[in-house]
Design a protein around this ligand. Structure first.
Ligand SMILES: Nc1nc2c(ncn2[C@@H]2O[C@H](COP(=O)(O)OP(=O)(O)O[C@H]3O[C@H](CO)[C@@H](O)[C@H](O)[C@@H]3O)[C@@H](O)[C@H]2O)c(=O)[nH]1
Ligand SMILES: [Mg+2]
Length: 194
């Protein structure tokens, strides 16, 4: 934090049940030089990582399907969401995290992963940065059936589908998760698969 136009006055915790929601009171200097006092709420659930698993020979990708409560509350009829494999960093570095998540959620133990970018998904409300990766998978890397950790109440369906179908599902709205759209479009732009 290094902006002379911003002076944080007070941070009040509003909720800290699972993750934390804070109210930040600060002075902000406008372009005309005057200072304005403002409030913003900020939800902190740590940072995350996500990965598009792809097989360039077969032209396929691995995606996951799971129930997402916040989307269920806002127009997602059955609450199910088709997404690239993703997880919160917890105590891990992004590469360790994403390899662990890929093994737990999809059943593939990845050898190499490539970092592509780091993105704030909702910078006006949520602190989270997501580290984006891509990685090749093949059948030799399959070590379990995936599905997530029952101990973390995860129930994840693993989907393998042609890349073309996944791109089509963005157009139909069946895929509407930001990190998933971003990685599929990245794969198309970079021509990672046909
Ligand atoms: N009890 C409880 N458990 C929670 C809560 N929120 C999350 N959890 C637990 O924390 C686990 C988080 O699973 P991860 O696989 O680590 O994270 P994720 O939910 O897949 O998050 C990923 O996708 C998000 C949505 O796109 C991203 O926001 C996030 O950065 C990450 O990439 C969940 O399975 C659940 O057990 C909560 O409010 N209460
Ligand atoms: Mg996850």
């Amino acid at each position: 934090m290094n902006n002379p136009k911003v002076k944080i006055k007070k941070i009040t915790n509003l909720s800290n049940d699972w993750y934390t929601l804070d109210k930040v009171n600060f002075d902000y200097q406008l372009k005309d030089g005057t200072w304005q006092n403002q409030n913003r709420e900020s939800y902190d659930r740590g940072d995350g990582a996500c990965i598009l698993l792809f097989n360039s020979k077969k032209g396929t990708v691995i995606l996951t399907k799971q129930f997402r409560m916040p989307s269920y509350l806002n127009g997602n009829d059955d609450g199910m969401s088709i997404e690239v494999c993703a997880g919160l960093l917890d105590e891990d570095d992004p590469i360790t995290c994403i390899k662990k998540e890929a093994e737990e959620e999809t059943g593939y133990l990845l050898d190499k992963v490539k970092k592509v970018f780091v993105i704030y998904s909702t910078p006006g409300a949520v602190t989270e940065k997501i580290y984006y990766f891509v990685g090749e998978y093949n059948e030799d890397m399959k070590v379990n059936d995936g599905g997530g950790l029952a101990s973390e109440t995860e129930e994840i369906e693993v989907l393998e589908m042609p890349f073309k179908n996944a791109l089509e599902m963005i157009k139909t709205g069946e895929i509407n998760d930001a990190k998933t759209v971003i990685l599929l479009q990245h794969a198309a732009i970079e021509k990672l698969l046909d």
